[in-house]
Design a binder for this molecule. Sequence first.
Ligand code: HEC
Length: 474
Amino acid sequence: MSWQRLLLTFVIVAIAGHFSWNEANAEDVEPTGEHAADVSFARDIQPIFQANCQGCHQPAKRGGEYVMTSYESLLAGGESETAAIIPGKPDDSELLIQIVAKDGKAAMPKGKSPLAEAEVALIRKWIEQGAKDDTPDSGRVQYDAEHPPIYEAAPVITSIDYSPNDELLAIAGYHEVLLHRADGSELVGRLIGVSERIEEVAFSPDGKQLAVAGGNPGRMGEVQIWDVEKQKLQLAISVGYDTLYGTSWSPDGKLVAFGCPDNTFRAIEAATGKEVLFNGAHSDWVLDTVFSVKGDHLVTVSRDRSMKLTNVPTQRFIDNITSITPGALSGGIHAVDRHPTKDELLVGGSDGVAKTYKMFRDKARKIGDDFNRLKSFPEMPGRIFAVTYNHDGTHVAAGTSYNGSGEARVFETASAKEIAKFEISAGGVYTVAFDTAGKHLAVAGFDGIVRLFDIEKKALLKEFAPAPIAETPQ
Ligand code: HEC
């Protein structure tokens, strides 16, 4: 067994065992008896670093050459060449010196408010008690550019996006985003970050940056922003305790919005990570977001079956774009996109019917109406997981999953007529993307294969597994 295969085994054990491990572990470390006051690295300390420090201190982004994602490098320190943590000696530990606030200010986290006093006290105690590492083996797997994830089977693909110049395809992988040439001929980059689960990838309007929403299920949510040309992580911020969804860019490329499983949706400044919008109007997970043409409104869709409109500068909820009458909506809405030049929306969800809506109501609401709806496209089998307009808005595409197989269809926007249908027998479709030229539709999902279709010829051009699969042992 090579070390890679060994690693993979750990990954699988880690994934498979995650929830049960958490439960078992929570019981194991119940503070009882003489260990009542023991601080646990895995349970108490790691989450503080994950939420407040790792965005700037990880292999893909080494603030001060200091990497905090592995225990060894956490203790070792960075460019100062002094140990960050000296077990048993909190007051001589550089890390503690950096986080202790004086006059309400601390050196770290850099540019942010100091950690809560209770958190600093916990870290101090952990160092005092010997700064021990109680991470279970399954939690030790570390990925970076030198140690990329190894795949035994193709990972489920949740999201793909073409760069605006049609040169690249960004594809969500496990622990990374895979950058391929748009024709599928070559893997040109692996953007490896802290999040194991990647839910959505989106190129910025100018194609220079890539926003990524994801996280570690049940532990943290994360937004990453990468410099595409340099393949460098520019920003990583930790949000909440579960994976994030449906990231989108404001048309001016300044803001990045995303949905959260805590029923909120948020937007941050792409340059600084500063949160500029926070709203909790939904009553279930928020799965997708899109800005208005001017960027002053944000549209969100949710498992709560509604599509909501929010004003960006005031962060205020404006309207339910879909009807809110019980029974008028059938199931959660999974995906939303906006027409490239006007404030018209395309949604898809559990009922298998893609629909277009006006973003702004021009008549007062009557109970029971679905007044903003413009068109319903022919019903597709199963649930719709992805919808998208093409570059000039003349066509739309939707992808579905139904009983272990999937389908992608292209419709004409104005007439709602079906133009092409692509059936995938190997598994559900979770993501669809038009190239900018409007000739090709990229389709991917459960089976981990990207399929590129020629829309006019209704033909499969190419299929490829974007993640490098390890060869199976003899
Ligand atoms: C916004 C980015 C950012 C965040 C967040 C951040 N750091 Fe830093 N950190 C840096 C940079 C950049 C440096 C290099 C020195 C400098 O520029 O001040 C650094 C340096 C350090 C150093 C010195 C390393 C050495 O040996 O030179 C320590 C220790 C440190 N950070 C700890 C932390 C801890 C602990 C947290 C979380 C509580 C944290 N940092 C959060 C950016 C950040």
